[in-house]
Design a protein around this ligand. Structure first.
Ligand code: GLN
Length: 478
């Protein structure tokens, strides 16, 4: 049995039955990292020693007969945007290359209370800006299914680590698609939660009105287990909702018969590769046989979502990244400056990569006097239209089903010099982000070259349960 390939449920049952120890499970993941990570580059920091120490602690408690949580002793890979106390957290940026946070993000704290074994910190696009993990000062993360291709982004390291069996589950962030798209490219499950469902405290902010945090796992059941721990109100993040957290496992056993799914026609049209739309439609036909109702629906404002995102997101990003001035946060500049302005110029000039500079310029431009109304405010108005589109359609259907990405994982280098083409790759994930609603990415097929294709299940606010219900049914179809 290859321990590093187990699901959370399998690993947890094995641990409880004393078939293997958490240390053995952890060592199996570390071995996979040793064997393959020089090629994949999923990790920025591997904390082998820390992981083995935590695993041994769990083994002792299990041996003493303690009843532990389902996630206790299960190795997890964490995106390098999460603050992890005492373990370097770089956001894949030169400006934070040596940053070791003095505290844990709330979600890390929550997982530690359950017996977390953190195997390491994963690679990402710098400050989570990108769709391929090519914008990282630590190099590109390659797709485990074909190393000539990208892993997706920005949480590419977390998706690739799981797909290459270097962890049993992972954590990522999704602002415009950064969990769902790499999950789809790497053939794993990934959940973007409702905005405000999971605390963002201690996770570096990108676009504060869009950012969410969520899990990657090998199946929907595991996603539910992790979400149960992450979800809920946090007094350190006032945007978290006080809404009660349901028991997510309950949704897994519900019958999907009678459920109505909507296929938004904008998600199957121009720009979407036929192999992708066909694969999704084939799955939908299979679901129809299990008693699902299928309806074609329309979300007319979809076509504006990318524009809305690339105005508001850089605007919010440019404000959030102000704090990296090498005084409050960030690496000091190499050259001795003559004055304060030069100090900022040098620190930020040396500390940020091209994509970040590009977005800061777009963002500050969109927010500058005279342009605010024309760009930011206008984009926010269109964003409201997108939200209304979804509200309306959810009066008729329970969930929406669509491709995650218009195409399978592209080749390393293919788009990196064409920012606009790269931005378009998020066309199908950004709308749900704009509306702050949940969406689950489920691997449903592969193309003829063996590259995974993911299906996106989108639900109304706080209805993650519906995504899980249909996701679980899809897992069982295979
Ligand atoms: N690819 C998108 C971007 O470049 C989404 C990033 C994200 O969700 N963090 O901004």
């Amino acid at each position: 049995m290859e321990l590093n390939k187990l699901t959370i449920r399998e690993a947890m049952s094995g641990l409880r039955a004393k078939k293997f120890s958490s240390e053995e499970l952890t060592l199996a993941c570390l071995k996979a990292i040793e064997e393959r990570d020089s090629e994949i580059n999923a990790f920025i920091t591997v904390d082998g020693e820390g992981a083995v120490k935590s695993a041994r602690g769990i083994d002792k408690r299990l041996a003493a007969g303690e009843e532990l949580h389902d996630l206790a002793g299960i190795p997890v890979a964490v995106k390098d945007i999460f603050n992890t106390m005492g373990v370097r957290s770089t956001c894949a940026s030169p400006i934070l290359r040596d940053f070791v946070p003095p505290y844990d993000a709330t979600v890390i704290e929550l997982l530690k209370q359950k017996g977390m074994v953190m195997i390491g910190k994963t690679n990402m696009d710098e400050f989570a800006c990108g769709a391929s993990t090519e914008h990282s000062c630590f190099g590109v993360t390659r797709n485990p299914h074909n190393t000539e291709r990208v892993s997706g982004g920005s949480s590419g390291g977390s998706a690739a680590a799981l797909a290459a069996n270097m962890s049993i589950y992972s954590l990522g962030t999704d602002t415009g698609g950064s969990i769902r798209q790499p999950a789809s490219f790497c053939g794993v499950h990934g959940l973007k939660v409702t905005y405000g469902r999971v605390s963002r405290s201690g996770v570096t902010s990108l676009a504060s009105s869009w950012d969410t945090i969520g899990p990657f796992a090998r199946n929907t059941e595991d996603i539910a287990t992790i979400l149960q721990v992450l979800a809920g109100k946090d007094r350190r993040d006032l945007t978290t909702s006080p809404k009660e957290v349901p028991n997510y496992a309950d949704f897994l056993s519900q019958d999907i018969k009678g459920m109505t799914i909507g296929l938004p026609k904008e998600y199957f049209g121009e720009g979407v590769d036929t192999e992708v739309s066909e694969a999704i439609k084939n799955k939908v036909s299979q679901l129809e046989k299990s008693g699902l109702n299928v309806k074609e629906v329309t979300l007319p404002y979809t076509k504006y979502a990318v524009s809305v995102y690339y105005i508001t997101m850089p605007a919010e990003l440019s404000a959030n990244l102000e704090r990296f001035d090498a005084i409050r946060y960030g690496k000091k500049p190499e050259d001795t400056p003559h004055n304060m302005i030069e100090y900022y110029f040098n620190a930020r000039g040396e500390g940020f990569g091209d994509e970040i500079k590009r977005r800061i310029m777009i963002g500050t431009y969109a927010l500058s006097a005279g342009y605010y109304d024309a760009y930011y405010k206008r984009a926010m108005k269109v964003r409201t239209r997108i939200i209304e589109d979804f509200k309306k359609v959810f009066e008729d259907v329970d969930v929406l089903v669509a491709p995650v990405s218009p195409f399978v994982a592209f080749k390393v280098g293919e788009m990196v010099n064409d920012p606009l083409a790269m931005y378009m790759s998020d066309a199908l994930t950004i709308p749900a982000s704009a509306a702050g609603i949940p969406a689950l990415s489920v691997p449903v097929a592969s193309n003829n070259e063996g590259m995974p294709i993911g299906m996106q299940i989108i639900a109304p606010q706080f209805e993650e349960g519906r995504c899980l219900k249909l996701g679980h049914a899809l897992d069982n179809l295979k």
